[in-house]
Design a protein around this ligand. Structure first.
Ligand code: HEM
Length: 459
């Protein structure tokens, strides 16, 4: 009854051969009715577009806005501010048990929105950004695998709940357009007023583009022009709204990483204390870390890698699709099939990761305690590899490391206390829920302020 070919890859070597060595053929995306057709108007967004000039353009623009030195000079101060605000909010709970989800989701989406769009003019306050934060929340189900159901089984299109999800996709698209229009107008105004000082991600890429009103046909039908003689790309306003993809995919992956990390640290107090000790040694107490200090928190980074190994947020990556028919190791792989990588299998291969079921952060450390350099043998797939590799990886690591360092400097994270026994509740981090991202079941923890610590200044 199904009408799509799905291929699941569960071996590192195969994934590397297809995505790295044969990357020119295996870096497209399958077309899906809701996410590609309706929500992104035929693939006009970086994460869902097919392989071709449009992808090259959006990836080149993204690299422009996420150059490491821009992240470190322009975006790092934003990250420190929003994290400081979060710490003040959490301290307001005075060690009561809270579900951290909402607070972290808001802070992370707000951080990304401020990085991508910049701080809007005072007359808007954060209203526009808040609208965006809300739309991101509504839009996450659009990229979930369940939205593919009607592509696999076309008869499902007649079911009311599927039709409802199509209407939902149209509404989200319209909301993104309306809010983006206001944000874009505000951005142009700020660029005129502040010139080069306006250096949000959106401003950086707008400087590389001629933006036109007339929509350019969908990238699934016609390919895109490259750069003109002045090195500028031509895009229309709908293309410019691809910025929203950063918040949608980037936000949900960072939020999920934090959900797992907070849970793991609350459960493993010994590991948490080791990180706190490292922070005390390298950064000192009650201080906001510098970039150099952050990079030297090797044990903390090793813990994060181990969490990503055991609980990769995008546990199937995003589906890849071959641009043409291919025979691989004797198997016929038709054009337009969906290839998903079972990242959990890759990360639990005992020939690469001995004792894969065990949480061993030291597997990422050299004997002198420094962090191992990524190499092809030992590397993990949380950001994928090849031509569709996550372009926000460096930014994601900066956000997560800053968050962890500042949080653990201010608080001890503890599980809630069982009212009957007076002991910590044993958090169940084995159970997880599958959507596009793999998230832990809801839990509560307590943020207990460390003795004598001064909270970072609130902005
Ligand atoms: C812990 C955080 C993150 C993880 C684990 C993660 C992981 C991934 C993965 C696995 C993919 C799919 C790669 C593939 O299909 O082969 C992806 C794509 C993408 N990510 Fe991330 N990501 C994270 C954060 C971010 C951030 C912060 C941003 C930007 C602000 C971002 C932007 C993107 C974009 C635009 C794509 C689509 C790329 C394409 O289709 O060519 N991600 N990410």
């Amino acid at each position: 009854m199904g009408s799509l070919n799905w291929i699941v890859i569960s071996d590192s070597k195969v994934a590397k051969e297809l995505f790295l060595m044969q990357g020119a053929n295996y870096s497209s995306r399958p077309y899906t009715r809701v996410a590609t057709g309706i929500y992104s108007r035929g693939g006009k967004t970086i994460a869902l577009c097919p392989y071709g000039n449009y992808l090259k353009m959006t990836r080149s623009l993204t690299q422009q806005g996420f150059r490491p030195h821009i992240i470190d000079t322009t975006y790092f101060p934003i990250i420190k501010q929003t994290v400081a605000d979060l710490i003040h909010k959490l301290s307001g709970y005075k060690s009561a048990a809270v579900n951290p989800d909402d607070h972290f989701a808001y802070t992370i989406t707000l951080t990304l929105a401020l990085i991508v769009y910049g701080r809007t003019s005072p007359e808007h306050g954060d209203i526009l950004i808040d609208e965006y934060v809300k739309i991101v929340d509504d839009a996450v189900p659009l990229i979930s695998f369940s939205s593919y159901a009607a592509d696999i089984f076309p008869w499902m299109r007649y079911l009311p709940f599927v039709q409802k999800s199509e209407i939902h996709a149209v509404n989200i698209r319209n909301n993104v357009d309306q809010t983006s229009k206001k944000l874009n107008e505000d951005l142009i105004k700020r660029m005129k007023e502040f010139g080069d000082k306006e250096n949000s991600f959106a401003a950086q890429i707008m400087r590389c583009c001629n933006i036109i009103e007339e929509p350019i046909p969908s990238p699934f039908i016609n390919d895109y022009p490259g750069k003109d003689e002045n090195g500028m790309y031509t895009i229309d306003w709908h293309d410019f709204n691809y910025l929203f993809a950063m918040l949608l995919i980037g936000g949900s992956s960072v939020i999920t990483t934090m959900k797992w990390t907070i849970g793991f640290l609350a459960k493993h107090q010994d590991i948490q204390q080791k990180i706190q000790h490292e922070i005390k040694e390298i950064v000192g107490e009650g201080k906001i870390p510098t970039l150099e200090q952050l990079e030297k928190l090797y044990y903390m980074q090793a813990v994060l890698k181990e969490i990503w190994r055991m609980r990769p947020p995008l546990y199937l990556l995003l589906p890849h699709s071959p641009s043409k028919d291919n025979v691989y190791r004797g198997y016929h792989i038709p054009k337009d099939s969906s290839l998903v990588v079972d990242v959990m299998s890759l990360h639990h291969d005992p020939s690469i990761f001995p004792n894969p079921e065990m949480f061993i952060p030291s597997r990422w450390l050299n004997s002198d305690g420094t962090l191992k350099q990524s190499d092809d043998l030992n590397d993990i797939w949380q950001f994928s590899k090849g031509r569709r590799r996550c372009p926000g990886d460096f930014l994601a690591e900066r956000i997560i490391n800053t968050l962890l360092c500042m949080l653990l400097d201010s608080f001890n994270i503890e599980p809630e206390i069982d009212a009957m026994t007076g002991k910590f509740v044993d958090l169940n981090l084995e159970a997880y829920e599958h959507g596009t991202v793999m998230t832990p079941r809801e839990y509560k923890v307590r943020f207990v302020k460390c003795d004598n610590v001064t909270l970072p200044e609130k902005v």
